[in-house]
Design a binder for this molecule. Structure first.
Ligand code: PLP
Length: 361
């Protein structure tokens, strides 16, 4: 069996033809009409009023915080278990990320712990729709933020196409942020998008992504901004990838369901109970005690697997070694992602599961 990557991008003749056609048109590569089309396709898909596409899903978080007026000294509540971009986005602006633990069942931010972390300096909450899931108390989180005038940023980097009560994840906060990096359900190599219903926030985003300019091409600067702009070369890929969303959602769910069936009988593993009506997982996750040995064992058999994120609070970047978040600490030590790309075949899943069975027998 050839090496099975933990993730890999998927594209075909449609993306290749779109890139060739675009380049042959003598276009300028920089962001322009194709980026606007890509934004429209995301806004229409998620049923959002506005969408702004930028370089990646980290700058979309930074730009979102800036657009909402988050500044140095403000506190921003973030989950301890997430990709580092969530908390770094606040920290890079001089705001203080305040970590809270996650729910064991969903690995999303725990509502009660979030409430206890609020102080008079709290200005925003970044809720991560981890792996296309939402919290058991998602409704409480949304209404708590609204009632307490806290901005809610949905970091939906891993959740494009997943839903809650019939609406797409990413649409429940003041802004929703997506990533199109390689492991995501669609990819443009690097890329990200912010969606919002607010014209004011959208206007700020347009300025922030373009040096704070009053409008494109102007040399009048209304605010501090940066260069977070995308390229049309990537946009033509993104437009083709968006067309594949329905089939990818279906395939992601099928992959996870097949893993569920084949791994269910292995007592040493703990599986997550996903609600596949709503969730199209990015990754297939398992928890086990011999995680590092299992990763090595799979690697020897040409299977790529990846460890869960570390508890962010105790990473050297933050250094809060005197506080503990038991759930994040436990799952970080036990969790791994198995190969989950949309290119994965049934035969590969069967091989991976057979190797895991062998490991435990
Ligand atoms: C939850 C989460 N937030 C933010 C990001 C950052 O996105 P990007 O890699 O596009 O900068 C990622 C990427 O993996 C992510 O998983």
């Amino acid at each position: 069996m050839d090496f099975i990557n933990y993730m890999q991008p998927s594209y075909d003749k449609n993306e290749i033809d779109a890139v060739v056609k675009y380049i042959n048109s003598g276009a300028w590569i920089t962001e322009f009409k194709e980026t606007r089309k890509f934004e429209t396709s995301i806004a229409e898909y998620t049923k959002s009023r506005y969408c702004s596409v930028m370089m990646n899903g980290t700058v979309t978080l930074i730009a979102s915080l800036m657009a909402l007026g988050i500044k140095a000294g403000d506190e921003v509540i973030v989950p301890d278990f997430t990709m580092s971009a969530t908390s770094h986005a606040a920290a890079i602006l001089g705001a203080k990320p305040v970590f809270v633990d996650v729910e064991r069942s969903t690995l999303c931010m725990d509502f009660d712990k979030m409430k206890s972390a609020v102080t008079p300096n709290t200005k925003a909450v970044i809720f991560v729709d981890l792996n296309g899931r939402y919290s058991e108390k998602f409704e409480n989180i949304i209404s708590f933020c609204r009632e307490n005038r806290l901005y809610l940023i949905e970091d939906a980097a891993q959740a494009l196409g997943s839903t809650y009560r019939g609406k797409f994840l990413g649409t429940f906060g003041d802004v929703g942020s997506f990533s199109f990096s390689m492991p995501k359900i669609i990819t443009t190599g690097q890329g990200g998008a912010v969606i919002t219903q607010s014209e004011e926030v959208y206007d700020n985003l347009l300025k922030i992504r373009d040096f704070g300019r009053e409008c494109a091409g102007s040399d009048h600067y209304m605010m501090i901004g940066s260069n977070f702009k995308f390229t049309d070369l990537q946009a033509v890929v993104g437009i083709e990838q968006m067309k594949k969303m329905p089939e990818r959602i279906k395939h992601k769910k099928e992959i996870c369901k097949k893993y569920d069936v084949l791994l269910n009988e292995i007592g040493e593993l703990e599986l997550f109970k996903n609600n596949y009506e709503d969730t199209a997982p990015c990754f297939y996750e398992i928890l086990c005690n011999d995680r590092d040995d299992l990763i090595d064992y799979l690697k020897e058999r040409n299977i790529g697997a990846r460890k869960f994120y570390p508890p962010l609070h105790s990473e050297p970047a933050y250094g809060y070694t005197d506080i503990h978040f038991p759930i994040t600490e436990e799952v970080s030590a036990k969790g791994l992602w198995l190969p989950s790309s949309v290119l994965l075949t049934d035969e590969q899943i069967e091989y991976i599961c057979a190797c895991i069975k062998d490991f435990y027998s």
